[in-house]
Design a protein around this ligand. Structure first.
Ligand SMILES: Cc1cc2nc3c(=O)[nH]c(=O)nc-3n(C[C@H](O)[C@H](O)[C@H](O)COP(=O)(O)OP(=O)(O)OC[C@H]3O[C@@H](n4cnc5c(N)ncnc54)[C@H](O)[C@@H]3O)c2cc1C
Length: 252
């Protein structure tokens, strides 16, 4: 698939470290799908789709730094939407996210509300300044927030908010965020693994299942094509929650 040229029509500074870029094209995504974003002359990196026509980028390094230098009218090359997104099912669902992992969940929650589902959301952030898409989540249902420093919501990691919820009441649970957080939620739900869908973050290079960079030990699941959303029962007994591989293939 060749990259499509996408012009930036609007930039929204969501938090000090996260910026949303809206493009001049409708991506028509399934929530949870991603794009390979070609920052010309720098790199091509995976980004979840946070709006029908946009992505929300956290500044961490070279490629994201170059994205932060872009202005309205500049353009990026986009491959996608790629991969398998979330499957919406049931009447009552729970979204659990951490940090920029809230990005694909916001789009998912909005789609769920459109279909008349009841949506509850639990989001964990480092502090109140990092809160992402608060209004979007409040508009779709109950929102529980946790912050590591207690500056907003419940003090503690996202798992501190799980005590407010009876996880067995939900028909489906959707996860996106730091892997220890996702592994923790799965561990707290024994027997519910087939009702949990997690968006997996691995080092993506090709985005089309050829290079094996993102493959999960020992199953060989390639999150770039079989994911990034993978049902929790398929993650049991794998590297998930224990380690991952970096760009050279070494374990981290
Ligand atoms: C399916 C998926 C969806 C993602 N969605 C988002 C999103 O919506 N918003 C967002 O801000 N970030 C998202 N990321 C993470 C994003 O891809 C990295 O933050 C980005 O690639 C960093 O590039 P860099 O050059 O700025 O940083 P670098 O300095 O090159 O690397 C910093 C860290 O970013 C990660 N990273 C770098 N390159 C890649 C790569 N090719 N694939 C995966 N991780 C990489 C590594 O953990 C690395 O240690 C997503 C990752 C995946 C796999």
């Amino acid at each position: 698939m060749r990259p499509k040229n996408a012009q930036i029509v609007e930039i929204v500074q969501e938090t000090s470290a996260v910026r949303t870029l809206l493009f001049d094209l409708d991506l028509d995504p399934i929530p949870g799908q991603y794009l390979m974003v070609w920052v010309r002359g720098v790199d091509e990196v995976p980004m979840s789709i946070s709006y029908r026509n946009g992505i929300s980028v956290q500044l961490v390094g070279e490629a994201t730094g170059a994205i932060f230098d872009l202005e309205v009218g500049d353009s990026l090359g986009l491959r996608g939407p790629l991969g398998n997104g979330f499957t919406l099912t049931g009447d009552r669902i729970l979204l659990v996210g951490g940090g920029v992992g809230a990005a694909p969940l916001a789009l998912l929650g909005e789609e769920a509300r459109k279909r008349g589902m009841e949506v509850a959301t639990l989001l964990g952030f480092r502090c109140c300044d990092d809160l992402l898409f608060r209004k979007r989540f409040e508009s779709i249902g109950e929102l529980i927030i946790t912050t590591d420093d207690g500056s907003a919501g419940i003090c503690g990691r996202a798992s501190a908010g799980l005590t407010c919820l009876d996880l067995r009441e939900f028909d489906q649970i959707y996860l996106c965020g730091p892997e220890p957080m996702m592994a923790d939620v799965i561990e707290r739900c024994p027997g519910m693994e087939t009702k949990i869908q997690a968006s997996i973050d691995r080092y993506f290079k090709c985005g089309m299942g050829i290079c094996g960079s993102c493959a999960i030990d020992p199953s060989g699941i390639r999150p770039c094509v079989e994911g990034p959303v993978i049902r929790a029962d398929r993650l049991a007994g794998t590297e998930f929650g224990r380690y991952r591989r970096g760009p050279s293939g070494l374990k981290r």
